[in-house]
Design a protein around this ligand. Structure first.
Ligand code: BJW
Ligand code: ZN
Length: 246
């Protein structure tokens, strides 16, 4: 039986499905992944200088400018057929949970609701010091690709603004993590799309699901750390594969 037919059958037989997406989900929208090839963000930029709280403390202007550049990239990107297919499946089915490691908003812009963001959201800007939510002001308009930009200041305490993402060494948002664990432990199918499966604790979710009795299906053009534990690996891209599940 062709892989697509096998995956469709897994989906039909499952009463409850968890989809776990990673950066590969957004690749065909033009947003760079982190690892892999010369184009991955971590091949071009050092995560220790950009994606830790220590890096932000050491050079907030460098980190803020880099995230402003990333925000512009996400703003100008559009969800692709795979994002739309997941949103449509979510509308059609009961027992559907979408968990993403992505900090972009492409799932939401395609129409998915109640998306669980394990690594936060780029645009949920907050104060680094007092954690108060901050909104983009008019002074933020007109982004220029520059190496350094001072982050706006918190109106409550004067602390610097930071992107709403989870950096290395930071805990995942507790409610998102607990909801994701509960969902994989009660589902029949974990559909993993476009993640290398190397960043923990998110990478442990497929295995938690499998141990609780779920089937694990992976969509990824390459092998990943998830492949050995997947019941099925569909070597295809998100935009090509997911619409075939409708
Ligand atoms: C396609 C495709 C197409 C391409 N279609 N597919 C256990 C062991 C070892 C280390 C640790 C451990 N537990 C924790 C750690 C430390 C660390 C960690 O995991 N390090 C490892 C890298 C070694 N984890 C943490 O620090 C986490 N926090 C933590 O553990 O806290 C503990 C704590 C508890 C209590 C108090 C305090 C602390 C936090 C991790 C945060 C990760 N943050 C980032 C950056 C977000 C902000 C930003 O965007 O700048 O999140 S790192 C980056 O990696 C990003 C991603 O969400 C994450 C995962 O990457 P993803 O999505 O898998 O992407 P890629 O690029 O790796 O893979 C893309 C895949 O797509 C590839 O497989 C391609 O083949 C595929 N693909 N095109 C489909 N078209
Ligand atoms: Zn503050």
């Amino acid at each position: 039986m062709a892989t697509v037919s096998k995956v469709r059958r897994c989906l039909e037989q499952a009463r409850s499905v968890v989809v776990l997406t990673g950066a590969g989900m957004s690749a065909e929208s033009g947003i760079a992944t982190f690892r892999g090839g010369d184009h991955g963000l971590w091949a071009r930029f050092d995560p220790a200088r950009l994606a830790t709280p220590e890096a932000f403390r050491a050079d907030p202007d460098l980190v803020w400018a880099w995230y402003r550049w990333r925000m512009e990239g996400v703003r100008s990107a559009q969800p692709h057929a795979g994002h739309h297919a997941l949103a449509e499946l979510g509308r059609r089915r009961a027992g559907w949970t979408l968990v993403t490691q992505n900090v972009d908003d492409l799932h939401e812009r395609a129409g998915s609701r109640d998306v669980i963001h394990l690594h936060g959201e780029l645009f949920a800007i907050r104060c680094f010091d007092c954690h108060a939510s901050m909104r983009e002001g008019e002074s933020w308009a007109g982004f220029e690709p520059i190496l350094r930009q001072a982050p706006p200041r918190c109106p409550q305490c004067g602390g610097p603004a930071r992107p709403g993402v989870v950096w290395f060494g930071e805990a995942l948002p507790e409610s998102a993590w607990c909801a994701a664990v509960a969902a994989v432990e009660r589902c029949d199918l974990v559909l993993v799309v476009g993640t290398s499966g190397v960043v923990h604790p998110a990478a442990a979710l497929p295995e938690l699901g499998r141990r609780a009795g779920a089937r694990v299906v992976e969509i990824n053009p390459e092998s990943s750390a998830i492949t050995p534990l997947a019941h099925l690996h569909w070597p295809a891209t998100a935009a090509a594969a997911l619409p075939q599940l409708l």
